[in-house]
Design a protein around this ligand. Sequence first.
Ligand code: SAM
Ligand code: SF4
Ligand code: SF4
Length: 357
Amino acid sequence: MYINEFKSRQLELVAEHRIVLRKKPHLRWLFFEIINKCNLRCSHCGSSCLSDGQQLSVDDIRRTLITINDDKPMVCVTGGEPLLHPDFFGIIDQINKMGFKWGMTTNGTLIDEKKAEDLARAQIATVSVSLDGMEESHDKLRGYKGAWKLAVRGLSSLIKAGIEPQVTTVCHRGNIEDIEELYELINSMGITSWRVINVEPIGRACESDGMMLDEKQFRWLLSFIRSKRFDNTCDMEVTYGCSHYLGLENERMVRDHYFLCGAGLLTASVRSNGDICACLDIENRPELVQGNIKNDNFLDVWSNKFKEFRYDRTEYSSKCRNCTERLYCGGDSYHTWDYEKREPILCYKDIVAESYE
Ligand SMILES: C[S@@+](CC[C@H](N)C(=O)[O-])C[C@H]1O[C@@H](n2cnc3c(N)ncnc32)[C@H](O)[C@@H]1O
Ligand code: SF4
Ligand code: SF4
């Protein structure tokens, strides 16, 4: 009881911070979708990845970063599969030359020992490798037999090169049975950080029937993450991702921070065609494109646009308006907001983790 009162007070502070950010946003993470091409075709993929290979150039990166040279947000390089970019290290050189820290999300299949050493030399600060279950379920989801072995090779090569990769696992109905075995495996490999998320209703996941976890499975997943976080014998940092308000019972138990969707407040993204948007997981709707780096000054756009992300949506949603946790949640994640109905697509406030004792 006491703990929930404490959390309520903390969440009130988070809510105050959200209000401040709406007036004075603070860009902390900038995502570049450097290429939309991919070598896999995952059945859950929420990225706009196509095969036309649309890509950002070194000059696109330079032109964007020069406008925010004083603030130096963390630069996150992603795709599609970022390592397919023909001038990947040219882009990284530019980011490094301008003094920005950078990280990458990758499916890991293109990382051998040589590539891992190149990434270490290029001062990669964070790298997240996708590993979605054990071999059979991973390969099935990723649509490529052999993808799992390549991703595991990628992880081992990164560790050998002195990099500490994070594993990201998207949990869905087809791999939830693998989660405990996967934990044992990556723990034994020396992985220090594991981010476990649930499949989101975005992109191709909406076309694939029955991928989403049901309530019982989601509760189990949260209780599994909690159990590892409170287990003194577990050295690996296990965390749920940044999405969704999870209710008082789970907030701060499954990750190190309270929920605050940073889209347009702390986070911006540049798509492979140069479009400036809040978060790459948000549906690519024309009215949500804030500008384009080929024509607009990125900082001007960041400072003056993004209105959709800088007001209290909950006032306009019949679902949220009378919700008792509206202040803490703020209408949940922007990538699961219905922009036509102006309602949240998901609401997890009543999800309570099952006891795992
Ligand atoms: C879009 S991918 C791009 C980087 C790289 N190609 C990869 O697969 O890691 C970035 C991350 O988003 C995750 N992702 C894609 N679709 C998703 C969905 N529908 N729900 C949750 N995560 C998703 C991927 O599994 C991956 O961890
Ligand atoms: S999730 Fe990553 S690897 Fe899979 S299709 Fe999408 S961009 Fe490619
Ligand atoms: S009803 Fe709206 S504000 Fe309340 S918890 Fe759900 S998504 Fe959040």
